[in-house]
Design a protein around this ligand. Sequence first.
Ligand SMILES: Cc1ncc(COP(=O)(O)O)c(C=O)c1O
Length: 414
Amino acid sequence: MTQSAAHTPPFLIEAARSRSGDDPIFALNAEAQRRGRAGEAVVNATLGALMDDQGKLAVMKSVFDALASVDPQRAAGYAPIAGERGFLDAVVGDLFGAGELARCSVAAATPGGTGALHHAIVNFLEPGQALLAPEYYWGPYKTLADHTRRKVETFRMFDGARRFDSAAFERGLEGQLRSQGRALVLLNTPCNNPTGYSLDAQEWSDVTRIVRAAARRAPVALLVDHAYAKFGAPGAERWVEHAAQIVGEALLLVAWTASKSFAQYGARVGALVAVHPDESERKRIDNALAFSCRGTWSNCNHAGQLAIGKLLSDATLRGRADAERELLRKLLDERVAAFNTAAHAARLDYPRYEGGFFVSVFAQRPEAAAAHMRDAGVFVVPIPGALRIALCSTPARDVPRLVQALAAGLAAAN
Ligand SMILES: Cc1ncc(COP(=O)(O)O)c(C=O)c1O
């Protein structure tokens, strides 16, 4: 092998040359684990997977039974390009039951919610245009946008009362209609990552009013990122009734995933669902999504679709999965309650938090606060304007120490 040291040709195209390879969250997690292995009692609230109180990944037995029961001859073959019919119908049923919305839905299988977001970005925005998201959003929205030559624009998420800032959303959406003549809005609710926030009935009604008004002037697609929805507070599932209000004027999209709802992060089973009353528009969307499947991953995990399809549609298996998920929810809800009690007492500044994997506490100097916390053996993720805390990986018994470290870290950094 010869090596020409002087002038390495730029093999990578310009845009790919300065990509950062490591995910900062995984780097923090690695440091927490290293210190833990060296004998320190660390609290690791960095990673977004639900862990039991012994620090092991929580799994659902029903999912493995369903996987074991799939027909090997079918599972080993390619799945249909746009996904298994039974799986897609079951996902739509999971979201909308058997009503009008289900009849107005088309769907394509995707590798998790990430794939669903990808398909939405490439099909509902032109290259160069920007998706619209609240300022607190899941980082890979930006990665997906960059990678597909789109951008991200944000609006202020919370007003002075720490409620969803509908006026800022309206201004952001109006601005996009003026600047790019269309909009794709990503709302991760219930249980937003990173803040934990779920829109309430009033906030949803503001959102639908604003979206409907905008959609009379230009094409507007509203995508509900459903990743954590099954972990919302009781009543959170009523987002569907609100979102239904936009159907026919705006396009309703849902990014559905089994990653969290079936504790099946690695199987990469998800779907993008699109809801529109017009059959020919639905057909065009269906074709476009299938084309995107072929042009990216070709087709998705067949065994996973068969198993999750079965879990959603077989009454016995579904009952078992729901019961197992309920136990996981309980575990998480104990942590949420412990956090709210301790954080209120410590007067931490954070938005309404009723359930979900994460919560964020506002911080003026998040990097400095997180560094101070790390010195005390407590790991959280600094994000612009806040510290993200993964309660999904923090046992309730560690929450008082976590909150104490948060209070101390914020005081030291501010
Ligand atoms: C807000 C949000 N959306 C979507 C996803 C997609 O996850 P997956 O691709 O595993 O379904 C995640 C995962 O962490 C997330 O936090």
